[in-house]
Design a protein around this ligand. Structure first.
Ligand SMILES: Nc1nc2c(ncn2[C@@H]2O[C@H](COP(=O)(O)OP(=O)(O)OP(=O)(O)O)[C@@H](O)[C@H]2O)c(=O)[nH]1
Ligand SMILES: *[C@@H]1O[C@H](CO)[C@@H](O)[C@H](O)[C@H]1NC(C)=O
Ligand SMILES: *[C@@H]1O[C@H](CO)[C@@H](O)[C@H](O)[C@H]1NC(C)=O
Ligand SMILES: [Mg+2]
Length: 407
């Protein structure tokens, strides 16, 4: 086969690149396997803290005693807090599964109300089945049109064209308008719902998630007593293609609103470019690290603050909830990382949790049904999506856990 030298050179070049890529792909899983020597190298964590025995945070904690958390006790020790779930009628089975787990491990003791949100009315079947899962109060709330509708400044043609481009870059759900609406509502709308007017804290729950560990203290009181703003379980990298201009818009916002930045912020976690340089480049300066927001226990006063409101409005006007696929997870996380004292962000390492395909599974006799320290039950390469190493490196573990790690 006689090929001109230039073509031959190109063919060889292509082969070399191909072989290199194959090597990368096949090397990745073994170097990531938990416990292997290379795993340490990749993760930058001397050891996954979930392998070390985990107890409760130190006292004082609020616990059940007598009827202090009984569902019908009007003078209970509960504070203004609710479990909260945006869910569709069709996801009834999934939400029942999540309720069963959370009620079993925690809420049958504390009886915090459940508040369900939907953009269409809940069916009687949904109400009946969910009510039967708990002794606590249950509320069903319709989202006002003005919170859910696509804002007037979004151009539908541009939305569709942008979705085509995103799809070419393998961005999931890019054509699904309701997915964009959901992300926007979770970013900047839910805490304005009239049903949450008197509420300060919430625990967000999605359908089909799992909770594995008994939690025997009032986590909302924990948030309040320790001055925590936000609690997470899983800390991940995001798909850079879905948020290409989120960081550039954030930088623009900061140029005019730098005063909102907290002196003890988590900027280094947000902008790390050492661990996954390609992500930082594709996301134009953002590491893409975020708290996985299908789980959050948080103080709505932060979302209601002028810093966050102004930031959200800026992003909303910029259009990326529709022209890209900005998720509430990176939006919440960037705001927390910039505007909040990083010490007020707590890793709930003691709450065993799964949303497919990731886990937080601590080493504790209180846990059942998950594999201690396992981060994913999906493909091995998913292990690299873990961004906790950067969180520990730049921010550290909450002081609550430092006590236990000393001994
Ligand atoms: N009522 C309502 N709820 C929605 C809608 N879209 C999403 N949700 C809810 O919003 C949450 C997030 O949606 P999911 O479809 O789970 O999105 P995701 O977690 O990114 O994707 P999965 O990996 O498929 O779970 C879930 O609690 C859904 O029930 C919608 O159009 N209407
Ligand atoms: C909860 O909120 C209501 C209304 O704002 C307030 O009257 C009440 O004191 C709050 N309860 C607690 C325990 O903070
Ligand atoms: C929480 O904040 C309050 C008010 O700023 C302060 O008095 C208290 O000591 C703080 N508690 C903790 C545990 O940091
Ligand atoms: Mg989900």
């Amino acid at each position: 086969m006689a090929l001109p030298p230039a073509v031959r050179l190109m063919a060889i070049g292509t082969m070399v690149v191909f072989c290199y890529l194959c090597a990368q792909i096949f090397r990745a899983p073994s170097s990531l396997s938990a416990g292997g020597k290379d795993a340490v190298k990749f993760s930058d964590m001397p050891r996954d803290p979930n392998l070390d025995p985990t107890g409760e945070p130190p006292e004082p904690l609020h616990r059940v005693s007598g009827n202090n958390y009984a569902p019908d006790n009007v003078n209970s020790n509960r504070i203004n807090a609710t479990i909260l779930s945006l869910v569709r009628n069709e996801e009834l089975d999934g939400i029942l599964q999540s309720m069963r787990d959370l009620e079993r491990t925690w809420n049958h003791k504390f009886n915090y109300p459940w508040t369900f949100f939907n953009d269409v009315p809940f069916t009687e079947a949904f109400k009946k089945a969910t009510r039967a899962m708990t002794k606590a109060e249950v509320r069903y709330e319709l989202i006002p049109k003005e919170h859910w509708d696509v804002p007037s400044w979004i151009n539908q043609d541009l939305f569709r064209e942008s979705a085509d481009v995103l799809k070419e870059h393998d961005v999931q759900y890019s054509h699904m308008l309701s997915y964009h609406q959901m992300c926007r509502w979770n970013s900047g709308m839910f805490y304005h719902h009239p049903a949450l007017k008197d509420m300060q804290y919430y625990w967000r729950v999605e359908p089909k998630v799992h909770f594995f560990c008994d939690v025997d203290y009032d986590v909302f009181r924990f948030m309040q007593d320790r001055n925590k703003t936000y609690g997470f379980t899983i800390n991940l990298y995001d798909s850079p293609q879905s948020i290409a201009t989120l960081w550039p818009e954030t930088v623009k916002f900061l140029a005019a609103n730098g005063h909102h930045q907290h002196p003890n912020n988590a900027m280094k976690w947000l902008t790390d470019k050492e661990r996954r340089p390609d992500h930082n480049v594709q996301a134009n300066g953002y590491s893409t690290c975020h708290f996985w927001s299908n789980f959050e226990i948080a103080d709505m006063n932060f979302w209601r603050s002028s810093a966050y409101e102004e930031y959200f409005d800026h992003l909303d006007r910029a259009g990326g909830f529709f022209y890209e696929r900005w998720g509430d997870a990176p939006v919440h996380s960037i705001a927390l990382g910039l505007f909040e004292d990083a010490r007020k962000i707590h890793w709930f390492k003691d709450i065993g949790y799964q949303h497919i395909p990731f886990f937080n599974c601590p080493n504790s006799p209180k846990c059942r049904g998950c594999v201690t320290g396992r981060f994913t039950d999906g493909e091995k390469w998913l292990n690299r999506e873990d961004c906790r190493p950067n969180w520990f490196k730049y921010v550290g573990m909450s002081p609550e856990w430092a006590v236990q790690n000393d001994d």
